[in-house]
Write a protein that binds this ligand. Structure first.
Ligand SMILES: NC(=O)c1ccc[n+]([C@@H]2O[C@H](COP(=O)([O-])OP(=O)(O)OC[C@H]3O[C@@H](n4cnc5c(N)ncnc54)[C@H](OP(=O)(O)O)[C@@H]3O)[C@@H](O)[C@H]2O)c1
Length: 287
């Protein structure tokens, strides 16, 4: 089976490569070899590789920048997803579109199920939702996987920012009133391969299990990094409110995803987020 991955140089792309099952022939493309906003390049890639599945791991992921760069976010997260879906129709391929917890408004206090009503608060969230919609309208058997708070040893993310800041600052204030589930990209990559193997279609939620605020996540990163020797000493970490750390994009206060359907579909229980964090830090040390 041939699987073409777009945005293969991102966090998810990196983990998809690491965990690709042997029976799959992986075709990795990055922005240079396949710009997903370019319909001619997409057509050429489908002609050349004739993939059975396409995994769209490419995205405009700069949440705050998107507020002032709406056109680019829309072009990559929504229009390009539509172009890829159309190419899948033409070439009878299946498609995986990756989406986000930021499609929700965060007003719930219990985990969001796939069928709960999305109401994005940000340009990023709105463009990702538009991407989901155009993909499922164009390709009714598309597989849409929403995830949250992604990090990996490869690329920029909250874990690596914290490790840097904890070495250069005397103390940190981290937001404690946004709650979600930190997710190692390896968990998402494994689930993606398993859902493909099952031939799944529709919307699935995938994140590591358990919940945390960004503050809890930062404290855990520091504790684990000191134990492993990645950090020499601890610095004070203070919980602060969202209003004390204003950002251009509004974020959901609560964006925990309900993963029961996904777990029963593929027969796994996703790891507890802190176990995944430990595994990612171990990988970081050995790289
Ligand atoms: N990161 C999170 O916290 C998070 C949370 C929830 C959901 N998600 C979703 O999960 C998916 C994977 O995220 P990620 O964290 O792995 O993202 P990432 O690390 O930012 O990777 C995205 C990749 O897409 C590439 N890309 C951007 N524009 C492109 C274009 N026009 N054509 C081809 N490639 C292009 C980027 O290349 P350049 O680096 O060269 O721009 C980058 O390599 C995305 O759909 C994202 O929306 C992420």
């Amino acid at each position: 089976m041939k699987v073409l991955v777009t945005g293969a140089d991102g966090q998810l792309g990196y983990e998809l490569k690491r965990s690709c099952p042997q029976y799959i022939s992986l075709i990795e493309t990055d922005q240079e070899s396949l710009d997903i906003t370019d319909s001619t390049a997409i057509a050429a890639a489908f002609e050349e590789y004739a993939p059975d599945w396409l995994v769209n791991a490419a995205a405009y992921t700069a949440v705050d920048k998107a507020e002032s760069d709406q056109e680019a976010a829309e072009a990559i997260n929504a229009k390009a997803a539509g172009l890829l879906a159309s190419a899948c129709v033409t070439h009878s391929a299946r498609m995986v579109q990756i989406s986000t917890d930021f499609v929700f408004d965060g007003l719930q206090s219990t985990p969001y199920a796939p069928e709960d009503r999305p109401r994005p608060l940000s340009v990023y969230g709105a463009t990702k939702l538009a991407g989901e919609q155009v993909v499922s309208e164009t390709l009714p058997d598309a597989l849409i996987i929403r995830t949250s708070w992604l990090y990996s040893a490869h690329g920029s993310n909250f874990v690596k920012s914290m490790l840097n800041l904890m070495q250069s600052r005397d103390e940190l204030g981290i937001v404690c009133d946004q709650i979600g589930s930190p997710t190692w990209a390896a968990t998402l990559a494994n689930a993606t391969w398993q859902l493909i193997e099952k031939g799944a279609s529709g919307i699935f939620h995938c994140s590591d299990n358990g919940i945390a605020s960004w503050y809890d996540f930062a404290v855990a990163i520091q504790e684990e990094a000191v134990v492993t020797g990645l950090l020499k000493q601890e610095i004070p970490v203070r919980p602060i409110r969202t209003r004390q750390y204003p950002t251009p994009a509004r974020r959901p206060a609560y964006s925990v995803l309900d993963k029961q359907q996904t777990e029963s579909q593929i027969g796994v229980i996703f790891p507890y987020w802190r176990v995944s964090l430990r595994n990612m830090l171990a990988q970081l040390i050995h790289e």
